[in-house]
Design a protein around this ligand. Sequence first.
Ligand code: HEC
Length: 154
Amino acid sequence: MYSLCPKTKMQNIFSIRIMKIGTLLVLAVTALNFSSAQSTSSIRDGIFSDAQAARGAEAYSTSCASCHSVDLRGNSNSPSLLGLSFMFIWEGKSLGELYTKMSTEMPTDRPGILTQQTYADILAFILESNEFATGDNDLTSDISVLDEIPITSQ
Ligand code: HEC
């Protein structure tokens, strides 16, 4: 090392710095990947697809709109499925609880009449209507997965 001329020594120090920065970058990217892998259980993370929400919209208009109204705002007999009043009830609970409510009690005149897949589609439509982001994959109807996803406001 002592025999190195000052210029080479500087270059060495410089390249060690670059290596350190490189290592930091790798760590940062790894950390980011890790957090995005974890946040599959966040409601804001695009947990349903556009196509699924579109299917849900169809099913909603056939099976739910008569009571909860076409714009999801409800009426004097049926609660709104939209915005603040909806979040007031559901924030802090899980998607699993909301799914169970829908799939075992709705429509009130024929509870549980739809397929599990259709209830998941309608849930996707309700989330989209509440302005949650869409993603690449469909929302599952698997209750153990839905139970792990907390409902949080935007
Ligand atoms: C015949 C009328 C009727 C139909 C059809 C109907 N609902 Fe409801 N729904 C109600 C009433 C009344 C309530 C409030 C009483 C309760 O929570 O059980 C309610 C409550 C809800 C709630 C809980 C809302 C809250 O904030 O407490 C959800 C979610 C819901 N309905 C979803 C649906 C979905 C999805 C469909 C279509 C599959 C549907 N409903 C069809 C009448 C209806």
